[in-house]
Design a protein around this ligand. Sequence first.
Ligand code: APR
Length: 240
Amino acid sequence: MPSLPGNGTIVVLTGAGISKESGLDTFRDKDGIWAKVRMEDVATPDGFRRDPAKVHAFYNARRRNLAEGGVAPNAAHAALARLEREWPGEVLLVTQNIDDLHERAGSENLIHMHGELLKIRCVKCARPFAWTRDLGIEDKCPDCYRVGSLRPHVVWFGEVPLHMERIFEALAQCALFLSIGTSGHVYPAAGFVQTVRGLGRAQAVELNLEPSEGASLFHESRLGPASRLVPAFVEDLLSR
Ligand code: APR
């Protein structure tokens, strides 16, 4: 357990692994999403230009599963909400996930750097808004009334992740950087540990089922399922 000032800022990064035990697929595990569908077809601007109906079908299935598939937050999501409530300093939760399990577990100081599955936006108006049903090329923007201009409010490969300035401000002054359930494949999130280590101030800890790409950059790596590791780690932090 790292030595930590009692009210230091904690930045937590989560990836698909934290939602795996809630029944949501990860991306790069052997049975993951990218083993079933080509990311170039459904998670890039070119893919959307080529075949918008295919992209809508991909996100409609995931949105339906999240909204109707009995998917619920697990003990790891709940433990991070507890940490935010009970830790005397700030806890900023930065998630790569587009599901709403952190919100449903009670986390509030939360950034979705890759967007949100339950929001869409018009490519012309750009304002995101809540959307829980299927989306299609025949749907009309409620603001500009254009047909076919609505897309998932999700950051695709080649697009800029959201709220990066606020994320880097928090990384620059955190005392603990905690990475959970991410393979460390996709930047800029995969580079957050280098940023923290380069500043030489914070402790960096990884909780993951298996070592991530950046495992060697962490002061401490604990391997196992998030639903077991995260509650134990949070209990350790709060009971010191
Ligand atoms: N508990 C903890 N970690 C787990 C669990 C679990 N129960 N199950 C799997 N993992 C780990 C895997 O070992 C892997 O290291 O979670 C990680 C998931 O990695 P990815 O599938 O690559 O998901 P992620 O890191 O979130 O991907 C980042 O890539 O495709 C894009 O935009 C997408 O946000 C996503 C980004």
